[in-house]
Design a protein around this ligand. Sequence first.
Ligand SMILES: NC(=O)c1ccc[n+]([C@@H]2O[C@H](COP(=O)([O-])OP(=O)(O)OC[C@H]3O[C@@H](n4cnc5c(N)ncnc54)[C@H](O)[C@@H]3O)[C@@H](O)[C@H]2O)c1
Length: 322
Amino acid sequence: MINVAVIGTGAMGRHHVRIYSELENVNLVAISDLDEINGKKLAEKHSCKFYADFKAMLDTEEIDAVSVVVPTKFHTSVALYCANKGKHILLEKPIADKVKDAEEIISACKKNNVLLLVGHIERFNPAITELKRQIDSGTLGKITSIISKRVGLFPSRIKDADVVVDLAVHDIDIFNYLLKSTPEKVNSNLGNALIDDRPDYANILLKYDGTSAFIEVNWTTPVKIRTLSITGTKGYAELNYITQELVIYETNLEKEFDSFGDFIIKFGEAEHKNIEITKSEPLKNELMHFIDCIGTGAIPKVTGEDALEALKVCLIVTGDKN
Ligand SMILES: NC(=O)c1ccc[n+]([C@@H]2O[C@H](COP(=O)([O-])OP(=O)(O)OC[C@H]3O[C@@H](n4cnc5c(N)ncnc54)[C@H](O)[C@@H]3O)[C@@H](O)[C@H]2O)c1
């Protein structure tokens, strides 16, 4: 049984709490949040202890592992404290908002011999797991182009992160993961449409070795869309992160057509396979993986170094030299 605690139980942290409380090999000992009213209610609901001060929680309770789900600007101070207390850490994405801080977190975890998993949740989406399997087995051939779209309205609770570090970081990490490399070149257009203090839209063009990749992120499109399209020399794939659907089109050599009706029949609905995916909650898969890694000593699927690579690209896009 692994004793866990959650630090930060807002919009995302409360889901960590819910899932830990449902896992069989986990004992959710306590949670901590600065918001005592909601924190106490949540603790009561899940039959665990509540602390307003996470340091007091770590000093008092027997805890093996923590989820750190505080706003990004507090990731470094909270994660360093937990690492120095010898706690295994699931740190929400992005790892930090500065390269130097991310490096410090990674080295503190190594020094204290604690596991660090960064919450790049899309790695645990079963549609991505299947797409990765298809790519690695050569179904699509050599990947020449990847396009992702992650758009929707601004979540007003986000006070610190911009749209690049909050949203595009997911896509950059997935591209690095699928292509097993990092971009050689980064270009972007970004700006402010509906909020004043940070970019709320960005179009990012990345050049990998032999692959061109494009990301559209924003907090302005009035509908939530999370999609990925991949073109390879042998096929084309479309993935929907929300519905966990994956469709694969095999390359079809151009056909002749005799009339417009014939054109619609031959090209209107290309031959494709709807790949069967057993849908599951990505966050639950992520938390189960974290607990498994603690038990087995396995290297987590998303390391601190992976998360640092994604952060570096975000900071190039936003022109942040830190
Ligand atoms: N993986 C994902 O898809 C995903 C989705 C949403 C958020 N996140 C990440 O989760 C983190 C939190 O985001 P959110 O949307 O839940 O924010 P939020 O503002 O809703 O919640 C953050 C909570 O942390 C608490 N907090 C702040 N400082 C604290 C401290 N010192 N001790 C204890 N509690 C403290 C706040 O009171 C608040 O309740 C961010 O890093 C964000 O990037 C990840």
